[in-house]
Design a protein around this ligand. Structure first.
Ligand code: C2O
Ligand code: CU
Ligand code: CU
Length: 471
């Protein structure tokens, strides 16, 4: 984490002259407290956890001898302070906006009331404050995050540094015995003066990608993993637009959880595809082989960009050194239960398309761009819906829905429908061009819920709609 007071070790390289702050945030002990200063201080009063979150400008010295880089940050930290709660707990957060523009705090993925969810309709003007208050329902254990969601300025506020993680724990967590690491992947694009660059025309089309993919605010940090040691990793894709094909070639990796919590059984994986906004939980065991690179990589992935070049080389994200041998902790065969959602009573279609001839309305959902005063779909509390997301555009668009978690049931790869091989709770799913995804969900709370492409530039450009859930 990059904090004003602890700009730490430098990680040099030819790729950039920027010196990123240190990697002190990488290791977090099992179930125990996060390093102080990286976690939001919470105070328990009458059974409610109270905290304060402030969004404000922050200058961080990144370049040796140069001018500090001007970020926007939550509580002077990039990424923002981590929030960790138990299912059933209530959070009351006083939020203060000291940015020069309006903002909101959106609790990405959490099943909380719509009027607490930081919708663009509920802006907090510059210089003002509000309280966000919500209770985490049973079954909500999972890996979430928070970020701004103001009308038209989400991308800018996130790329300036506003994002933090939110973990909900269960009291009967089948992986509580594993030591944890939390890796927040974000993107940093600097201009020649070491300042955060504004979005270019290509960024607005393809979604922004900077020179750096940061891990907990550090560039290419190194960590130590014991030989044979099994850890639980939570990984967040907090970049604007990168589809990260994550691999740890030397190590043994099992997928154990998705956005909304644990899956039923561990699945051995060679890589995971993590679209913008999505999270994953992995069980990673330290195996070291001289012929395999030891580290976390983003493998090349072509997402059909219109203007910029595709990533053609593996991107090293984290270096991993071999530590002392450690007895490998058991990985339970049953992690938990993911109950399949029943047959839907409502079916809808969401078509993504692009209209390159119309710069004012380029990224469309069902032929329209976002309108704050329009309701696109009317839903009902408790009803099971099935949505078919049909990407008729030329690039990948990751679909995201607020207020609940969904289950992907089938994917159409252009040839035919394929049943999803396992049950999982998600709130983001990548949809490549000419492909389709079917997903089911149930909204348990009333109110307007946003759905949109999680490439933040596309969201800002209007690739977003509103599902109004009525009681
Ligand atoms: Cu992570 Cu509507 O957003
Ligand atoms: Cu969200
Ligand atoms: Cu998109």
């Amino acid at each position: 984490s990059a904090r004003a007071d602890t700009a730490g070790a430098a990680h040099g390289g030819e790729q950039a002259e920027a010196v990123m702050p240190g990697a002190q945030a990488l290791g977090m002990p099992s179930g125990g407290p996060l390093p102080e200063g990286l976690r939001l201080p919470l105070e328990r009063k009458d059974g409610v956890l109270h905290g304060c979150l402030t969004a404000a400008p922050l200058n961080l010295p990144l370049l040796p001898g140069g001018k500090p880089t001007a970020f926007w940050a939550y509580n002077d930290s990039v990424p923002g302070p981590a929030i960790e709660l138990l299912e059933g707990e209530t959070l009351a957060l006083r939020f203060e906006n000291r940015l020069p523009q309006a903002t909101t705090v959106h609790w990405h993925g959490l099943p909380i009331p719509a009027d607490q969810d930081g919708n663009p309709h509920d802006a907090v003007p510059s210089g003002q404050a509000r309280e966000y208050r919500f209770t985490l329902p049973p079954g909500s254990a999972g890996t979430y995050w928070y970020h701004p969601h103001p009308h038209g300025h989400t991308a800018e506020q996130v790329y300036r540094g506003l994002a933090g993680v939110f973990v909900v724990r269960s009291r009967n967590d089948t992986l509580a015995h594993l030591p944890e690491r939390w890796l927040v992947l974000s993107d940093l694009k600097l201009d020649g003066d070491g300042q955060i660059a504004a979005n270019s025309e290509a960024d607005r089309m393809d979604g922004r990608e900077g020179q750096f993919v940061l891990v907990n605010g550090a560039w290419q940090p190194r960590l130590t993993l014991g030989m044979g040691e099994r850890q639980r990793w939570r990984v967040w894709n907090a970049t604007s637009a990168r589809v990260l094909k994550l691999a740890l070639p030397a190590h043994e990796v099992w997928l154990v959880g998705t956005d909304g919590g644990l899956i039923e059984r561990p699945r051995r994986v060679e890589y995971v595809l993590l679209p913008p906004g999505a999270r994953v939980e992995l069980a990673v065991t330290g195996r070291f082989a001289p012929d395999k690179p030891s580290g976390l990589l983003a493998l090349p992935y072509a997402r059909g960009k219109m203007m910029g070049p595709e990533q053609d080389k593996a991107l090293p994200l984290v270096g991993i050194e071999a530590g002392a041998a450690v007895a490998t902790a058991a990985l339970p065969r049953r992690l938990g239960k993911v109950a399949a959602l029943p047959k839907p009573t409502v079916r809808r279609r969401v078509v993504f398309s692009e209209d390159m001839a119309n710069p004012a309305a380029m990224f469309l959902i069902n032929g329209q761009t976002f309108d704050m005063d329009r309701v696109d779909f009317v839903g009902k509390v408790g009803q099971v819906e099935e949505w078919e997301i049909d990407n008729q555009a030329d690039m990948d668009h990751p679909f995201h829905l607020h207020g609940t978690q969904f289950q992907v049931t089938e994917r159409h790869d252009g040839q035919g429908w394929k049943k999803e091989p396992f049950l999982a709770w998600r709130d983001v799913v990548n949809v490549p061009p000419e492909q389709k995804v079917r997903l089911r969900f149930r909204q348990e709370l009333p109110g307007p819920r946003m759905f949109h492409c999680h490439i933040l530039e596309h969201e800002d450009a209007g690739m977003m709609g509103v599902l109004d859930v009525r009681a």
